[in-house]
Design a binder for this molecule. Sequence first.
Ligand SMILES: *[C@@H]1O[C@H](CO)[C@@H](O)[C@H](O)[C@H]1NC(C)=O
Ligand SMILES: *[C@@H]1O[C@H](CO)[C@@H](O)[C@H](O)[C@H]1NC(C)=O
Ligand SMILES: *[C@@H]1O[C@H](CO)[C@@H](O)[C@H](O)[C@H]1NC(C)=O
Ligand SMILES: *[C@@H]1O[C@H](CO)[C@@H](O)[C@H](O)[C@H]1NC(C)=O
Ligand SMILES: *[C@@H]1O[C@H](CO)[C@@H](O)[C@H](O)[C@H]1NC(C)=O
Ligand SMILES: *[C@@H]1O[C@H](CO)[C@@H](O)[C@H](O)[C@H]1NC(C)=O
Ligand SMILES: *[C@@H]1O[C@H](CO)[C@@H](O)[C@H](O)[C@H]1NC(C)=O
Length: 394
Amino acid sequence: MRCPSVLLLGYAAAVAAADPSGATTLGQLALHKVLQDSREVFGVESDNNSSRPYANWMSSVPDATPLAHLNIPGTHDAATWNYSQATQDALAYATRCDGGAGPAPAQVYRTQRYGAAAALDAGVRFFDLRFAFDPLDRDLVFWHGAALLSARATVDDVLFAFYAWLEAHPGEAVLLSFQYEGGTKEGAGFDGAVRDRLRGVLGSDAARRYIRQDSGRLGTVGESRGKIVLVRRFDMGGDGAEDEVLPGLHLGPGQWLDNDRRGFELVYNRTSNETAYVEDYYEPSDLGANSTVAENIQAKMDAVKTHLEKAAAAAGDAADSLFITFASGENDANVPHVFPQTMALGNGTEVTPDGGVNHQLVKLLGEMRGSRLGVVVLDFFDEPAELVGLVLGF
Ligand SMILES: *[C@@H]1O[C@H](CO)[C@@H](O)[C@H](O)[C@H]1NC(C)=O
Ligand SMILES: *[C@@H]1O[C@H](CO)[C@@H](O)[C@H](O)[C@H]1NC(C)=O
Ligand SMILES: *[C@@H]1O[C@H](CO)[C@@H](O)[C@H](O)[C@H]1NC(C)=O
Ligand SMILES: *[C@@H]1O[C@H](CO)[C@@H](O)[C@H](O)[C@H]1NC(C)=O
Ligand SMILES: *[C@@H]1O[C@H](CO)[C@@H](O)[C@H](O)[C@H]1NC(C)=O
Ligand SMILES: *[C@@H]1O[C@H](CO)[C@@H](O)[C@H](O)[C@H]1NC(C)=O
Ligand SMILES: *[C@@H]1O[C@H](CO)[C@@H](O)[C@H](O)[C@H]1NC(C)=O
């Protein structure tokens, strides 16, 4: 397959789809265009008012509260919400236009059913986002592994959608975790050109207004309202000096233990010793290749439970530290495959009598009500419906 000369179709598509009603200034029309372009990744807001009781939950939290003390629902691979087989097929013209092998079936990559717009309204305040160059190396877009998630929504477009949401919800703060996604196409890497583009996106006038500009501190709710706290899961290279001054927390890949079952500590500020405690056991591959679906769910759930109990029991400095527990997982090395949806929700048969991680989490969080949990990162956050509320502890 040959790469087309243009991949990002946003401009033409947005002009065609634009509904300028109500827009009276060029600025409003421009924002409308950008928000339209963001939708394939950012999603569309829910039109169901009863599904957003927590749209402003942070506004009642006192200013002085450290963000580390909050229970914060998160979404893992938040950009995959609309990655059905139809979407993968529609993007095939761009995804491996360099001739490489295409991505695996869509269900391997899909971890959500609702995008950030609906998740924000539902109370989610931490988003895991993976970026890389588009197949023509022109702009930063969203991927999950070899799956291109949109040829229209750029990282910049989606950031504007977060800025617009924060304008409408000035009492709220959002943690955005950005990770460079490898394995997108042959020869792609986090090289100088990608870094330059990222500096441009994160250093724009808009970014400087909406992204908290201090470095190496998680801080309080008060100083974060109406803002984004960046979580940087990438290294800018060189001697590492830039990693110490860019806004937000540097949770560098070198310190992030891959698929670690017990959880690990990551010091992101060598002066203050501010530390993140992370559980990101995403694939129970240590069970062997022929484990059952239920065994995979159990192994993941055990790691989640251990880490949440550690967050709840933390004392001293750890009580004031960031805890991040990933409840998401999959095991596509296993026979049968355990897709993210199966891990989170079970497969609806007697094969998973206790449901998926999300159902078991509902039970656990009911028992842990009142505990400090930190950030809990979910797949398919919307199911069961009470899950986000239980993380929040309201
Ligand atoms: C949802 O709530 C908003 C404001 O709270 C209100 O303007 C709107 O009419 C409501 N929509 C529905 C469908 O109830
Ligand atoms: C609206 O959201 C609530 C809570 O999530 C859900 O129970 C209800 O089924 C939804 N209604 C519609 C019409 O989508
Ligand atoms: C979701 O995916 C379908 C199928 O590819 C597509 O038709 C639709 O426009 C997408 N929705 C959004 C909001 O991008
Ligand atoms: C580390 O923490 C200290 C104390 O909060 C702060 O002054 C400094 O800016 C932080 N960042 C770095 C990179 O040292
Ligand atoms: C940070 O940790 C180092 C090594 O454990 C220690 O020497 C230093 O005093 C600590 N700094 C603070 C501010 O706690
Ligand atoms: C898994 O099962 C397959 C047959 O379904 C068998 O060929 C393979 O050897 C088994 N692998 C392990 C690690 O037991
Ligand atoms: C559930 O998992 C079993 C065992 O892997 C499989 O045979 C069955 O087809 C799955 N059912 C559904 C509905 O996914």
